[in-house]
Each structure stands twice: as structure tokens, then as C-alpha cells.
Write a protein that binds this ligand. Structure first.
Ligand code: GLY
Length: 395
């Protein structure tokens, strides 16, 4: 049985004091996001922002990529914090396209059905009680179960189920797709969804997470037998480095599996992975795109910082008050958010239609490098909403 090492937090001093984040500071940051969203509402009503910007400008796209729901999720956040029906109206228009997408199986050969239907339809159901949205999210959950490879106990990440290059491949990001399945069991009473999600989370903990509490981006299980083969990166620097966003997905994703299962081992892993992440941050607390870099001229990934901030805030909530890292994680999340707010937003780029500058989608693929990433904008907004109010998870 693999033992995962806990490095502890090397720079306790840095995170031992709670940074002052005034209510007004958070409100101004949210106000800026709402202002940018208002400028873009008409463009992104029938269309969605692409995954990443080009020269800090998102182009309008159809509902085809894995990322379209991040904008819809931002609309739900905006509706929640303002009560303004204009955001709800646009979000509801977008739900139709999510319905068509799942019915016609357009771009559904992906585990990212979780991202897509959690932030669009599951959020809609939670906020408005829409039965139509609930039904659509359940259709997506059903489709996601088709990707479960029972011999390996995992969900196949990408591509056609008969594609030998993708068969048996799981990726760390998938932890964020599991809530759709857990939720589907909660609302239907059918335990199959939950069993698959739980099995996947356990397998991810066993195989994708490494002994030093870093993680692979992707891991292959043998397509015929389900036996583990090994880890490979896709978007990271190397197979054995830790891609920053993968680590951030884990910091947020394992606590989500804890919430739905009560399995405390997920919290334990998230703590160790959070420590690994915090130990590799540069001075301003916004990580490089891969955690192998801790200084120098490589690009930062603001989107990973935003995801990690949400994850740290969630993780902290579930740790007992006696846990030494409980306040440290909160303080670290606040520091990251301060840094993002002060130095990484498009306040300095009025022509941009994004929110957070300096994200990286896929550095080895030279795609979306030092650009706005729509999920970065979403998680930055989610993190601020968490600071502003008692926020109930869409996840
Ligand atoms: N889930 C894909 C990514 O984080 O780039």
C-alpha cells in the first residue's frame, strides 16, 4: 500500500497571519467582474466564450468545447450575488443548448460532461428548482456512466471508448466531474452513479497521486485487463513533474469526493497535495504553469491559482478546528486572491473581454499561453463569492 508523504508547509511564517481583505475590497472585485460580464452579455447569449482568449479577447463559439459551462456558471454566480434577472435570463437561454448537446450527443465523448452539466444544469436546478434542468443534468450523468471502465474502476477521460490510444486513460481533472454522478445518485436514489464516482476517486488516489503528494496529469490502465500501466503528462512539463492545474484540480476535487462519501482519506490526500502546492509558490502566490518551476521567466497560470484558492477554502471548511493547517489554507487562499485581484485582472487591459490575465491552457501544445482562460475567470469569481457570502456549492 502506497504511503503518501506529507511535506508539511515549509513557509509557515508566510501564511500564519490572516491578510486583511475588507468587505469593500471583495465587493469592488466582484463589481469589476459584473461590469465585464455586462459588456459581454449580448455577445455571449446565444454563443459562448471560447476556452481561451487570443490577445486577451475571447471569440464567440458554439456549445462544443469542454469549457462552455464556465460562462454559464458565471451567469449563475452573477444572478446569485445580484438577484438581477438579466443574468438568469441568459443562463436559461443557454440551458437549451446544453439540452440539445446531450440529446444529440454533440461533443459528449468526454468525462467533462461533469464540468459541462454541473455549472449549467445542476446549478440551475439548485438555484431555481427547474425540473427541466434537473432532467438534462441527469441525462448527462447517464451518458457519463457509459465512460466507466469496470475492470479498471475508472472513467475514461477522453475520446471514443473504442479508441485504443485513449482506452483506460484517466486524468486528475476528472475529480471535478464526479459531483455530477454523486448528485445523480442523491436525486434518483440509484447508487450506480455514486459507486462509479467513488471507485474512480479511489483509483485516482491510488494511481494518479504520487508518493511525494504530487500527481500525474494522466494515468493509463491496461485496456484489456484494467491493470495499472503508468502515468503520462499531456499538458505538464514532463511525465514526472506536477502540472499546476492538475494539482489544483486535486486540491479541490478530493474534498468534493469527501463531501459526498464521508471518506476522510480524501481529505488527508488533499492536505498533503495542498502542502506540496503551497511549497512551490513564488513570492506573489500565483503558481507557474508547472510546479517544477518556482522562479524565473516561465509563464504563471492564474487559472490554477483561482482553482486552488477555491479548493483551499473548501478543504479548510472540512478540517477540524484543531487541525494546524485549517487557518493556513484560508490565509493562503486569501493571499492568492489578493494577488490575482491586485496584479492579474484585465483592469489594466480595458479592451479585453476576459477577467483574469496570464492563464495557460496547454503550454506543450502552444495553445492559450499567457491568455485569459474561461475557467480561470469562473473560479476567480467563485472564490470571491465564497468570501462575500455563505455560498452553497454548485458542485
Ligand atoms: N481539464 C482540462 C484542463 O484543465 O486544461
Amino acid at each position: 500500500m502506497k504511503q503518501i508523504i506529507d511535506e508539511g508547509i515549509r513557509n509557515q511564517q508566510k501564511y500564519s497571519h490572516k491578510p486583511t481583505v475588507e468587505k469593500q475590497y471583495v465587493e469592488q472585485a466582484i463589481h469589476f467582474i459584473l461590469h465585464k460580464m455586462d459588456e459581454n452579455l449580448a455577445t455571449f447569449t446565444e454563443f459562448f466564450p471560447g476556452p481561451v482568449s487570443f490577445g486577451n479577447i475571447y471569440k464567440p463559439t458554439e456549445n462544443t468545447d469542454w469549457t462552455t459551462s464556465f460562462w454559464t456558471g458565471m451567469l449563475w454566480l452573477a444572478y446569485e450575488v445580484t438577484g438581477d434577472p438579466k443574468y438568469r435570463r441568459v443562463a436559461v437561454i443557454q440551458l437549451k443548448s446544453f439540452r440539445a448537446r446531450v440529446e444529440k450527443r454533440m461533443g459528449t465523448d468526454t468525462h467533462d460532461l461533469g464540468f459541462l452539466y454541473t455549472l449549467s444544469c445542476m446549478a440551475a436546478f439548485k438555484l431555481t428548482g427547474s425540473e427541466q434542468a434537473k432532467e438534462t443534468a441527469l441525462m448527462a450523468a447517464e451518458l457519463l456512466t457509459e465512460r466507466y471502465y469496470d475492470k479498471a474502476g475508472i472513467l475514461q477521460a477522453w475520446g471514443d471508448l473504442n479508441d485504443p490510444t485513449q482506452r483506460g486513460r484517466m486524468i486528475i481533472d476528472c475529480l471535478m466531474n464526479l459531483p455530477l454522478l454523486y448528485w445523480a445518485s442523491d436525486v434518483t436514489g440509484d447508487q450506480k452513479f455514486r459507486n462509479m464516482a467513488y471507485s474512480h476517486a479511489k483509483q485516482a488516489a491510488k494511481y494518479i497521486v504520487r508518493e511525494d503528494a504530487s500527481c500525474y496529469h494522466t494515468f493509463y490502465m491496461e485496456p484489456q485487463t484494467g491493470e495499472p500501466i503508468g502515468g503520462k503528462t499531456c499538458q505538464g512539463f514532463s511525465d514526472d513533474s506536477s502540472w499546476a492545474r492538475g494539482q489544483a484540480w486535486a486540491i479541490y476535487g478530493f474534498p468534493l469526493s469527501y463531501i459526498y462519501t464521508g471518506d476522510e482519506s480524501f481529505l488527508d490526500i488533499a492536505v498533503k497535495m495542498a502542502n506540496y502546492f503551497l511549497n512551490r509558490l513564488p513570492q506573489d502566490d500565483v503558481c507557474y504553469w508547472d510546479l517544477i518551476f518556482t522562479q524565473g521567466s516561465q509563464e504563471r497560470d492564474s487559472s490554477s491559482a483561482a482553482i486552488a484558492a477555491c479548493g483551499l477554502l473548501e478543504l479548510s471548511k472540512h478540517l477540524p478546528t484543531t487541525h494546524p493547517n485549517k487557518t493556513i489554507y484560508e490565509n493562503a487562499a486569501l493571499k492568492m486572491l489578493q494577488s490575482l485581484t491586485d496584479s492579474y485582472t484585465t483592469k489594466t487591459h480595458p479592451n479585453s473581454n476576459g477577467i483574469l490575465l496570464h492563464g495557460v491552457y496547454n503550454k506543450p501544445g502552444n495553445c492559450g499561453v499567457d491568455e485569459c482562460c474561461i475557467w480561470g475567470d469562473y473560479f476567480y469569481f467563485e472564490a470571491l463569492v465564497r468570501l462575500q457570502k455563505q455560498w452553497n456549492l454548485y458542485w
